[in-house]
Write a protein that binds this ligand. Sequence first.
Ligand code: EPZ
Length: 429
Amino acid sequence: MDKIRITGGQRLNGSIPISGAKNAALPLMIASLLTDETLTLVNVPRLSDVTALSRILSNHGADRTVAGKRIGQSAESGQTISLTARQIVDTCAPYELVSTMRASFWVIAPILARMGEARISLPGGCAIGTRPVDLLLMALERLGAEIRIENGYALARAPKGLKGGEIVFPKVTVGGTHTALMGAVLAQGTTVIENAACEPEVTDLAACLTKMGARIEGAGTPRIVVTGVARLGGAHHTVLPDRIEAGTYAMAVAMTGGDVVLEGVTPDLLQAALDALIRAGVDITATNEGIRVRRNGAAIAAVDIETQPFPGFPTDLQAQFMALMTMAKGTSRIRETIFENRFMHVQELARLGARIRLDGDVAIVEGVPKLTGAPVMATDLRASVSLVIAGLAAEGDTMINRVYHLDRGFEALEAKLSRCGALVERISG
Ligand code: EPZ
């Protein structure tokens, strides 16, 4: 299994191109199942989750072509993927495939909408919490689907097609909103989605569906209205930049000190995280190229945060912010409100010398003057990258094990950090 060795203590200077968002690319790829025409997606990140989802979609009958790299494009430029699901050849998504990636459960909506039936394995728990799918199934039931759970599978049927309905989510769910949207676009009549997720990835999916011929109003607000259409066509869509990748590198620069431009991303995608960095004493400016992040010498101030649905502070940046706070001057309180078990990085950060105490859903982080390198590993993607950030600022070598977590969500991580002066090396094994 590959490892990453980081020799800490280097400031980061230069620029980092921000990739297309993993969490936008995945639902966009799934939306290709809604039409028999070709959906072409530009700026798709080269990630193992994208490869895994491609395999799942081809199992359902989607043909895929990947455009070769054009002259002048660097290895870090995203790929252009064309997906054509002329026919859905299999309405079943088996356990072996769905269990590798939770987002693949979302295929239930387009397959049901197009074929009137779907048999999708329940995804099971994961490292950050139980992550049920009850609200996704509720949304489809509100659209007239009959659903029963049998042998670990959700069996959904709508022999006469889905019908518009009112979906009121009791809590904000990104996957639930994606599922409701993909179910509603081909349903007969009008669907109202209340308490919808406002995440930019939802807005991006809605924008792409609109290009495919869907009628959607209010995406990006808590109330989305969808007027069903008889069929959707092909489209050409560019995946939005990855706000979590951008926020991660912003926190890395905050931690090591330095001056880096995060290219291709706009502040509105991650304002809450940038505000927290500003309160911590980091200089943030919007430039024509992207976001410039600077910290020169000044101490990091302790800042309290609480994760919230967009536009609040994202749960997917909580671990990285905690890494930053381990070296702050003073004590910060970090409250996780989205997932019940997303503090797996705490014990690993402690191996580097961090002082963190857990009290229910709050982590109390007492800043220390320095961290020291150590072998570490993590159980999910964002926790892993928080250890990378801490390793960049720690004295000596940090060895990150289980690198496959990072490969799920960070394109060309070592290359992007190295070009800004970090000492990062992948060791194959
Ligand atoms: C998406 O997961 C992201 N994944 C997650 O990113 C992200 O952390 C999360 O949204 C929140 O922003 C992708 O986009 C692929 P939710 P999702 O449904 O859609 C509860 C990463 O690291 N819930 O918004 O699965 C749930 O347990 C990943 O890239 C139910 O109770 O998250 C959680 O507490 C990790 N019943 C809350 O809602 C349901 O049926 C929000 O989850 C569905 C969700």
